[in-house]
Structure formats: C-alpha cells, structure tokens
Design a protein around this ligand. Structure first.
Ligand SMILES: *Cc1c(COP(=O)(O)O)cnc(C)c1O
Length: 564
C-alpha cells in the first residue's frame, strides 16, 4: 500500500513504506528479477503542522506524478460496488548500484471514463473511511494482478507485503479458473494459488490488521467474491479479515523479527509462521561522512553489505570525525527549522517515529524532575523528537501535545527538548545519523521490528531501547547499545531508562570518549552488517521465494528465473 521511493514522492507514511522501498533498492542492487505494485497516492499522505501547543493539523501533499513517472499503455477494468472502474499504471525505474533496474507500478484510477466517486480512489494514502480503504485494496490486490497480466509479466511468486494486498489471491484464483465461477474452485485450484503466494505480516497490534464488515464486503467487493471468502474461513469475529485471506492462500508466511514470528504464531496458531528479520538499505541510510569512510575502508560495502563487519578496523578518530560532521548537519537543520542552535558537545538523544501510542514517546518524561536533575548533574542533555500521528489517531495526537507541553516546561540551560515538525525521509536520515543515542520505548511486544535503530547503527549511533522487535537480536549490552528492562509497570521501565542514562551512558559519553567511540564502531560492525535489506532479501529468496530451487538458480541466468 505504501512505498518510499524517493524523498520528494509522498507515497509512504512510515516504517512499512520505507521498508518496502529499501527492499526494492536492495533488489535492484542485487539484480533480482522483481517488480513492485502500489497506488499512485496523488495527494500523498499528509504534511504535518504543529502549533505552539503541539496541536497537529494536516494538509494534503499533491505531487506531480506526470513529472516523476512514465505512463504505461494498458488500462484494465475492475468492478467495485457494482461499477466498472478503469485503472492504469505509471512506472518508476529504480536503479541499483550494479546498473540493474526494477520497475515500480503506481496504480491510478483518475481516468476520465470513471465515475467522479471512483477517480479519487488512488488519491490518499490511509485517507478516508473504511469503505474507501476496501475500495483501495480491491484496486491494489485485484487491479495489481490484472495490470501485471496486461504488462505481460509471468510472475513465479507474488509477495504480499502486509495484508493490504491480500485480495490479489482472489484475482489469481479467478485466473486459475479461467472464467468459471469462484464457487467451483476445488482444492487443487487453491493449491495452485497457494504455491505462488508469500505473505509477510507486519504488526501484532490488532488495529493494524484490516477488517471489514460483511455488509461492506458484499456491497463493495460483491456477493460472489465475499460469499466465497466467507466459505473459505476468511472471516474472524464476524468480519472479513485481510490477514486471514493472506494466511489462507499463502504457502509461506513470516513475521518481521524472531520475536514477531513467535507472537504471530500465538495470534494465528493454525499457521506455520516463519521469521525473517527486517533491515534497511545501507547506502540510503548511511550519512555522507560515513559513506566516504566506508568507501575508503570497505570499497565494496554497497554491493556486499556483509563487509560492513570490517568497520571494526576503522580508527576511533575517523569514527569521531564522521559523526561530528553528521551531528553538525543535524544541528544546522534544527537551527534553520526552529531558530534554536544546539550545542555540538552536548549529549543528544533522538526519538522519531510515527506517534502511535504503543511507541510511548513520553516514557522519557515519566519523572521529569529526575530527568532534569540528571541533565544538570551530568553535563547537559538535548532531546530531539519528531513524528506524525495518523489524522484519526486522537491518542497519538495527545502524545505529541504531551511531549511539547513538557518541553516548554522543562527547557532550561541544562536540558533542551525540541519536537521537529513533519517527520519524513530526509529528517529521518539526519536524526538517525546526527544524534548520540537512539531511544526506543515501545510497549512490548507491540513493536514487530522497528527499523530506525538500524539506520542509527549504520551511522555508529547505538540504541537505548526496550527489548522488543529487532533489538532482541541486535542488543549486546555496552557493545551495540543498552537494554531498558521492561515489565508491566511503566514507572519501573522509566526507572531503568533513567538508571542507564545516569550511571552508564552520560558518564561514558562525557568522561570516556575513547570507549564511547569503540561502542560506535562495534555498533556499525555488528549491527550495520546484519540489519540491512540485502541480508533480508537473501533470506526471502532462499526461504520464501525459491526454497527448492536455490542450487539451479545460482547457475541459471536471471532471465530464466523470470520466465519460470
Ligand atoms: C525509518 C522510518 C520510520 C520507521 O521507524 P520505526 O523506528 O521503525 O518506527 C518511520 N518514518 C520514517 C520517515 C522513517 O524514515
């Protein structure tokens, strides 16, 4: 549903879209025969404005798709709520480091022949009501398969990145039935579809799984398709459930980190769910100063991310010099945006992500007096926040207001807290590379993976994090960062956070700079070399896409894989 393709294309909302884009960037680097499908999102996600009290307002982000994408000729027609809806595709060619490119298709319903109600269906990412969402998912899933057919792709595997695309399984089954009604599908037909489908589930938060009422489904998706899905057990608690559709019709299913695999097996005990831990695209998320150091020490790190392991050979002085440059870039940007000049030698904490409540942006402020005292006694603290709340997420918006209110109250010589407006790709890159530690305080076990700490790791920025998501695998205490102990008592969790700051992080940073730089270096070597989308995609190829065919694949030409 979302792919972060380029910083000036507002076609994503957060981690899910950035992950999709990073996956495709690695696929292009590796020369994999793969194409991607998403929606045009002509009006983008939203631009966030925050007033002095932290109240969020939103504006659309129209962008010129005609300028950035090339039109494709085919127009397909699908039926939504009894009306024919014509859909076309726009192509973006994503180029990899080895010169290979892959195509991303943006589906667009803004065509003259469509009813005005349908022309807006591919305008807004996660906008509108749940009817709007179901219509979008019909375009994405069913329209996606039809467009790939029309463009002459013969795909061996369809990877549903999240349940939003689950209806593609229906389109594949209809193809398999060659015009016969869905009701006639037998086990053999379903097995053919399952053999082609791979599904990645992305969240243990129940609201993250799309559900639609049966009334909606019958009205919008149609009686025949809905009745078929009902018969095939794709409903849960009386609702049509996109995750169940994807689970029923996929041969391989995975969660996005080891623990998320376990949690997903508990949520869906009747399914065999694997885990493939997320990553980030190394070259995209490494700041320019570190890129040039890596180019010097590990010249093939862009082609072979594993060589980031050899960062262990980089001198502490080079690490320090690159980080100082990245931090200065961030300080300059903060000054431009807010008029506030941060200090380069003061310990700086970063916290930026979607303002979803389970991420608990305000855990750091559980005991504001202790935080201020700690800043006073230890040499000062700077804390940078950023993140958008979904327009309908009132509790998420309340978290933003809370952080901004506390910032106003607490700001002094010793502590400076800033909430930066409109968190997007470029600000994300500046923050994850320019701060001294990356803070992550989700309520366990709701963070399926998290990826921004991985971006920080590539830039030598260690994490201070609850042991949730990827951090369970990335954490080596005092080597790649620090774990905040979690239990059911938020005050205890905050206590562990403060203990770490007071007793470990601040003394190390201010009194043992040499040791701090060694931690920065081991963070790159140990976590940058593993938590990247190149390693992740290799795991998808070997375990999910072509589990039986790995040996042949290495001797066949890529074209042969495409044609299979
Ligand atoms: C990386 C990124 C995210 C994901 O952050 P998490 O830590 O995984 O929540 C969200 N938004 C933007 C703009 C990002 O760059």
């Amino acid at each position: 549903m979302e792919i972060a393709v380029a910083p000036d294309m507002p076609t994503y909302s957060g981690g899910l879209g950035v992950l999709a884009g990073d996956t495709l960037r690695s696929a292009a680097d590796m020369g994999l025969p793969l194409a991607a499908v998403t929606l045009a999102h002509r009006k983008g996600y939203f631009r966030q404005y925050l007033d002095a009290n932290g109240v969020q307002t939103e504006e659309p982000q129209p962008w010129n798709i005609e300028e950035r994408l090339s039109p494709e000729a085919p127009v397909i027609t699908i039926e939504i709520e009894g009306r024919p809806v014509a859909v076309r595709a726009w192509r973006y060619d994503l180029h990899g480091v080895t010169g290979h490119s892959i195509a991303i298709y943006f589906l667009d319903a803004d065509l003259d022949q469509n009813d005005p109600r349908d022309r807006v269906l591919t305008d807004r990412l996660y906008g509108g009501d749940s009817d709007y969402r179901l219509r979008q998912e019909i375009i994405l899933g069913i329209g996606g398969v039809r467009i790939l057919d029309a463009l002459d792709y013969k795909a061996a595997v369809y990877h549903m990145n999240e349940g939003h695309a689950a209806l593609l399984t229906l389109a594949l089954l209809e193809d398999q039935l060659q015009g016969q009604p869905l009701a006639t599908a037998n086990d053999q037909d379903i097995a053919v579809v399952r053999q082609k489908c791979v599904f990645t589930t992305h969240t243990p938060v129940p609201a993250g799984h799309d559900r639609f009422s049966l009334e909606q489904a019958h009205r919008i998706l149609g009686d025949k398709r809905t009745s078929f899905l009902e018969k095939k057990d794709c409903t849960h608690e009386g609702l049509l459930n996109m995750t169940y559709i994807a689970l029923r019709f996929s041969r391989f299913v995975n969660g996005v980190a080891m623990q998320h695999g376990k949690v997903s097996r508990e949520m869906f005990p009747e399914y065999n769910i694997s885990a493939i831990t997320n990553g980030v695209h190394a070259a995209t998320w490494t700041s320019a100063p570190f890129q040039s150091i890596f180019d010097r020490h590990m010249p093939r790190w862009r082609q072979d991310n594993v060589t980031l392991r050899y960062a262990i050979d980089i001198s502490e002085e080079e690490i320090e010099s690159a980080h100082t440059q990245a931090k200065q870039l961030l300080i300059d940007t903060v000054a431009q945006r807010t008029g506030i000049t941060l200090k380069a030698d003061v310990f700086t904490i970063g916290f930026a992500r979607r303002a979803a409540t389970y991420k608990r942006a305000d855990l750091l402020f559980t005991d504001p007096e202790r935080l201020v005292r700690c800043a006073h006694e230890q040499g000062g603290l700077q804390i940078l926040y950023s993140g958008k709340a979904h327009p309908a997420d009132e509790p998420g918006k309340a978290k933003i207001r809370h952080v901004i209110e506390l910032a106003k109250e607490l700001n002094s010589d010793a502590i400076r807290i800033i909430y930066l407006e409109n968190y997007e790709w470029e600000l994300g890159a500046l923050l994850t590379s320019g701060v001294d530690v990356w803070l992550n305080t989700p309520k366990r076990p709701y963070e399926a993976s998290g990826t921004s700490g991985m971006k920080a790791a590539l830039n030598g920025v260690p994490s201070l994090s609850i042991l949730d998501g990827w951090w369970i695998e990335g954490w080596i205490e005092g080597v790649t960062g620090w774990a905040i102990e979690d239990n059911d008592d938020e005050a205890d969790e905050a206590g562990s956070l403060y203990d770490h700051l007071e007793r470990v992080l601040l003394p190390l940073f201010y009194s043992q700079p040499q040791q701090w730089r060694r931690i920065m270096r081991s963070t790159i070597a140990l976590n940058g070399s593993f938590f990247n989308t190149q390693r992740m995609l290799e795991q998808y190829v070997v375990n999910a896409y072509f589990p039986e065919e790995r040996v042949q694949q290495t001797v066949e030409k890529p074209d042969a894989v495409l044609a299979r």
